[in-house]
Design a protein around this ligand. Structure first.
Ligand code: IK2
Length: 425
């Protein structure tokens, strides 16, 4: 063809961190702490629900179901989120099922963002927000969480990374259509406090902006911290879409069942995008997720609840990885939630051969060198920053600790050996 094949909206968004680093991990890693998925099995009740859905009598579950969500699943999600948000939710208009949280995000940007609209993104951010805003014709506007080290603490916490209120306020204008909030945050593990959320909410109300609230790690919160839903704050329900993921909730990321929860006047536009793109999400997976939520609703807050047990197990895994990294001088930032932990690699500069004139950020070079030479896969933190800010945050990598004890032990063995090699003459 003599004319350009590629649509203009794809310009500059062809590179993807997961495509690149998943391949590197598959080729070189002995211990994969890169992409965020558990290497332990999902709970038996989820698998059993799937098996029941496959039984002979349930043959209709092999067919299409309701376009905006399988009825048993939207019913239970409406009950659960109704309880969490303290309001009556209509399963048919306040909930929509998507193919993972990814598709929910895509639907939101397509539904709300026009040419010329600005969308505020808090850095570091889950990487797909930026290309999705651009594909919708919008302009991403970035505002970083800034680390505030305190002298008396040996290790930082993700809570020490904070927004500067004046800086955040300066990003809002009449062009602002929405802000994307991700709490608990991937990659830092930060759980935004009520006060921080109130500040964001106030600005949304003042500037009549929407809030796309990505809460896929809502159940993975540690040390007794509270996950506050921004939709429950004053003036926010009408302008917020909550996004969730069964993959993260039930440790089954390959299932790709997600959802949006929000007011009908917002969800109606999300439904328009969904019905004209993906249309429908696998019925059997929705059935099994629905049954699993039924179980969790019955056990809500009890020690047998998977939500309670998983958070407890992950907190222990977080602590193991914190210890391993701290012992070798890769200063971990203790996350308050999620699967992830960010560590400072400044002291490892001398290990990675310098590449004169390389435009690649140091953390990318470090992560590539580490997987090839030490067999540990991790993700460079600057992948979660816009181009202009990458170099300010290029001395950290992200590790995923949602892994079997044996995997974390193998990582520890490699790290200790590495440390010994560094210190022995
Ligand atoms: N939103 C956030 C914040 C996510 O972290 C994810 C999943 N990403 O995990 C990959 C990684 O960071 O290593 C999603 C949305 C997408 O969720 P789903 O898998 O349900 O589409």
């Amino acid at each position: 063809m003599s004319r350009p094949v590629q649509a203009r909206r794809l310009e500059g968004i062809d590179k993807n961190i997961w495509v690149e680093f998943v391949k590197l991990a598959a080729t070189y890693s002995k211990v994969n702490l890169g992409q965020g998925f558990p290497d332990f099995p999902p709970p038996d009740f989820l698998k059993e629900a799937f098996e029941r859905a496959l039984s002979k009598e349930k043959y209709m579950l092999h067919q299409y179901t309701r376009v905006f969500g399988h009825p048993p699943l939207v019913n239970i999600l409406a009950q659960l989120f109704g309880k969490l948000l303290g309001r009556d939710l209509d399963p048919l208009t306040n909930v929509m099922v998507t193919v993972g949280a990814y598709q929910a995000l895509f639907c939101c940007f397509q539904a709300f963002v026009d040419e010329g609209d600005e969308v505020i993104i808090i850095e570091p951010f889950f990487d797909c927000y930026q290309p999705m805003v651009k594909m919708a014709g919008g302009t991403p506007v970035f505002v970083p969480l800034r680390p505030k080290p305190s002298k008396d603490k040996k290790l930082m916490s993700s809570a020490d990374w904070q927004l500067d209120p004046a800086e955040l306020a300066s990003k809002f204008s009449k062009r602002t259509k929405a802000i994307v909030l991700n709490s608990p945050n991937n990659p830092l593990g930060k759980v935004f406090s009520r006060g921080e959320l109130e500040l964001i909410a106030e600005l949304c109300v003042k500037h009549d902006a929407l809030c796309i609230s990505d809460e896929v790690y809502e159940w993975l919160v540690y040390d007794g911290k509270e996950h506050v839903r921004i939709a429950s704050l004053q003036g926010m329900w009408d302008r917020t879409v909550i996004i969730g993921s069964a993959g993260k909730t039930f440790s089954a990321t390959g299932w790709k069942v997600g959802w949006t929860v929000g007011p009908d006047q917002l969800l109606q536009h999300i439904r328009t995008v969904h019905q004209n793109s993906v249309y429908h999400c696998a019925t059997i997976a929705q059935e099994a997720v629905g049954q699993s939520f039924q179980r969790e609703l019955e056990l809500y807050g009890k020690p047998e609840s998977y939500f309670v047990q998983l958070a407890k197990e992950l907190q222990q895994k977080r602590d193991w990885l914190v210890q391993s990294l701290d012992a070798v001088g890769m200063k971990p930032i203790i996350p308050e939630g999620t699967y992830f932990l960010v560590a400072d690699i400044s002291e490892f500069k001398s290990d990675v051969p310098d590449v004169p004139n390389s435009k690649e950020p140091y953390d990318y070079r470090f992560a590539k060198w580490m997987v090839k030479n030490k067999g540990i896969a991790a993700i460079p933190l600057s992948a979660f920053y816009c181009e202009a800010h990458k170099n300010n945050y290029n001395h950290f990598v992200r590790f995923c600790f949602a892994k079997e004890e044996a995997t974390l032990k193998a990582a520890n063995d490699i790290l200790q050996k590495w440390k010994q090699e560094k210190t022995s003459p």
